[in-house]
Design a protein around this ligand. Sequence first.
Ligand code: CMP
Length: 182
Amino acid sequence: MQKKLFKAQKRRPETQMDKILRQRGERQRLTIQTERTLLFIKPGGVMRGLIGEIISRIEKKGLTIKAMKLLKLNKAEAERFYDVHRDKPFFNDLVEHVTSGPILTMVVEGPQAIQVVRSLIGKTSSFEAESGTIRGDFGISITKNIVHASDSMENAEKEISFFFKKTEILRFEKPTEKKFAF
Ligand code: CMP
């Protein structure tokens, strides 16, 4: 009897520690938010055959593609999408480029996906984007900078709804997401 009690007491600190660790894990999970962002491969990227390369980088990073469409924007759609840049000197060139061929647009999900995807693609100007980023490795222009990705939570929501209905964004979890999550 004494022996059993002693054993139980010895076990207790471990159990409490487990609980604390579990709680810490929960807290960490709450602060690292799962986000959705919009990324599209511009006509330059599609025409140069970079779709596989770009998707591969997104997948290897551990992000998940939850929706995807290959489409061609018309002038009015492109002008509406880039409305905030309407008064900028590069606006016409930008609209001309994104309407020049197909784009591959997708919803990307994962922990802090907005910031993570922005880091993956690199700076807006391909000249300044660091090697190792999508724009740094494949871009050679500012307008033809291979990809676009949302820069804030607010814009991600707007841009996702520009291309996708809620029902087109799939809900699923890859087995690896569970196993390797934060
Ligand atoms: P994107 O991420 O699609 O968002 C707006 C786009 O405008 C940007 O990528 C570039 O392609 C383009 N852009 C931004 N700044 C400039 C600039 N100074 N000159 C030309 N194009 C620009």
